[in-house]
Write a protein that binds this ligand. Sequence first.
Ligand code: NAD
Length: 325
Amino acid sequence: MPMGKKEVLVTGGAGFIGSHLVDLLLKKGCEVTVYDNLSSGRREFLSHVEDRITFLERDLVGDGDLVGALEGVDHVYHVAANPDVRLGADDTWVSVEQNILATYNLLEAMRKVRPDDPPSLSFTSTSTVYGNATVLPTPEDYGPLMPISQYGASKLAAEALISAFSDNFSIRSSVFRFANVVGSRSTHGILFDFYHKLQKDPSRLEILGDGLQRKSYIHVSDCVEAVYHATEVQKTPFEYYNVGTADYIEIRDIPDIVVSAMGLGDVEYVYTGGHRGAGWKGDVKYMSLAVDKILSTGWKYRLNSRQSLERAASELVSELRDSSI
Ligand code: NAD
């Protein structure tokens, strides 16, 4: 461990999860540089800490001088991605570029910046790498991994690159496979979607799928604590962790949470049926994660799936009411 403040670089630090991670890292006393092209992130998510961070508005794909950005950096949190699962059914390139190529570029720069002592890495992956798993809750060693979305496939490819770079170039790494993450500053996902639909028409809500999908949710505050804590206590060269809550919720129970947070009355719920009952092509209908491994590091979540959604719905409603997000 170097003397003085730990220097960290957060790719995607202006996004939903990244900006919460930046808040936590500052609280923990780290020197934080954010590397973000603002494709979906927002400067205002960091405005309250603007004078305490270095902000590099740069792209991981292209000529962003990544090696220069990594000078002096002890640890990289690689959070940047295109997280839109639905997009893959129409555009098969975006996840290859933004999730695989971007990760490759970062790893190349990490091995070049200090070949004898490269920075270490935490990577934000996803439960979608498991595809339609036949074991629920799904443990980290479940296989074979057969993602059903371009997004899940690209994240799995990125994990594989990290594993190889970690072994070949001694980059100590951890991979965090998130359940669905909810909370303030989110610019996508089920709560965001329901809120905007209900703003347009408070009498009717369209719900993708048959409503019987079962998924696990985690509040962003618990999620970033898990990533930070497991990274800090890691002793081995490479680790995988599921990050979620030990329970799940049916999708048909979520509309009431949003309707109540918005203070609305009678709303008609209309189910689209979706793709074989899932929300869309590439959507995993049943997802819950075995979280014993991350719990064994000493981290604990404060909110279960329902509590996470309730907290996030009320945070989002007050945030979105006064903004243009
Ligand atoms: P987000 O879109 O809010 O954040 C992504 C950030 O990355 C944005 O700030 C964006 O501007 C930046 N970015 C994208 N491409 C970039 C590039 N080429 N160069 C530099 N910056 C770039 O998404 P999020 O929900 O905060 O997701 C963060 C991470 O967590 C992603 O890796 C995502 O795959 C993963 N994840 C999210 C969830 C979830 O429920 N939100 C679930 C599982 C995994």
